[in-house]
Design a protein around this ligand. Structure first.
Ligand code: PKZ
Length: 150
């Protein structure tokens, strides 16, 4: 597991994203740790992240999937090119498609774990799959299509 998340290499205009920008004080601060096979991210929902009593808001879950999977696509692209993360020329992806399945209510009060992996890397398109678990129980999964922007 790397000590530095891929998003910590993003600077300037690439660090303002609501989901993962380190310069966005109001953002979610998604951080993706890529080990060459899986991307991992832990998130603890706050009281205001609720949908109804005891259950995490689904839109928040979609946002976590979005930035974690795009971070996974970026990290995997650097690896595929045999370059250190963050090295020039900068690699960035945007989201073309985000598909979420809510499998069961995601409980408030537990740390959430997102685990992602690459389904496809072809040309400028990368497809990433991800599962979100609470207390080792999968609560949602997603597929994200990322398109290389830079
Ligand atoms: C400064 C400038 C750089 C900025 C760099 C960003 C920096 C950021 C830093 C932080 C990171 C944040 C991460 C947050 C993630 C977001 O929130 S990003 C914001 C939300 N997303 C957007 O605003 C994207 C809006 N959409 C677009 O700009 C364009 O539709 C896209 C996504 C670039 C694709 O357009 P395109 O390049 O013309 O794509 P095209 O050549 O037609 O298709 C390429 C491939 O993608 C597939 N594809 C295209 N669209 C779709 C789709 N909707 N569904 C499925 N597949 C699709 C095609 O089928 C094709 O597949 P193959 O035939 O190659 O197998």
């Amino acid at each position: 597991m790397p000590l530095t998340a891929i998003q910590d290499y993003f600077t300037g205009d690439h660090a303002i994203c609501y989901g993962c920008g380190s310069d966005n004080a109001h953002g979610l601060q998604v951080r993706t740790y890529w080990d060459g096979q899986y991307g991992t991210f832990h998130f603890s929902p706050q009281d205001y992240h609720t949908a109804f009593p005891g259950v995490v808001y689904g839109g928040l879950i979609a946002s976590l999937f979005d930035c974690h999977c795009i971070g996974t696509a970026v990290a995997a692209a650097y690896e595929k090119e045999g370059r250190p993360p963050g090295s020039d020329p900068l690699i960035m992806y945007v989201t073309a498609n985000l598909n979420v399945n809510y499998l069961r209510p995601t409980p408030m009060g537990s740390e959430l774990m997102l685990k992602s992996h690459i389904i496809e890397q072809k040309g400028k398109k990368t497809v990433v799959a991800c599962t979100l678990s609470a207390d080792d129980t999968p609560c949602a999964n997603a597929t994200v299509v990322g398109i290389r922007a830079t």
